[in-house]
Design a protein around this ligand. Sequence first.
Ligand code: SME
Length: 187
Amino acid sequence: MPNSGRWSGDNVHSMYETLLVQLEALIGPETDWLANLANTAALIYHTLPDLNWAGFYLRKGDELVLGPFQGKPACVRIPWGKGVCGTAAVKQESIVVPDVHLFAGHIACDPASCAEIVVPIEHAGSIWGVLDLDSPFKGRFSSLDQAYLEKLVGILHRHVDWRVACQLPTTEGMGSLGKTLVEKMRL
Ligand code: SME
């Protein structure tokens, strides 16, 4: 599909700045992780142009499991290290894919997707999942998208309890042995 050209230039900065302000207003007063991730996915999907999917995969053991999203139904479980999502999680770095057909191991959930960006959710020394955006336009995502989406994930840390979202038992009140055992449950 040809580039719609709506994601370059100064307007991208102002679009993201507005999005981040809206995000703080939307999820700031709320503490429920599910509500906050659901609203974040909806805000991204309906604010950024030329997306066909936006959402989260959350780490459950040795898999990434589908979380709140907007777009068509998607694959539910991604093995750790597989696909763009699993690769970004393992490498602990964002991945911008200009053409998904050229990414070895890309997992196709929607044949319309041509470009993808995945930002890992890293907090307090652990990877809790990823933020994943797809577009039907090749080359849709730039380093500017990456910088702003990483900033967005940084905001989420203040409003999402990742341990609860990833269904890990809390270690509060546990001794060091208990804490070590819970950490071992991660992978
Ligand atoms: N394409 C992803 C799978 C998730 S969907 O894009 C929603 C991947 O390769 O990990």
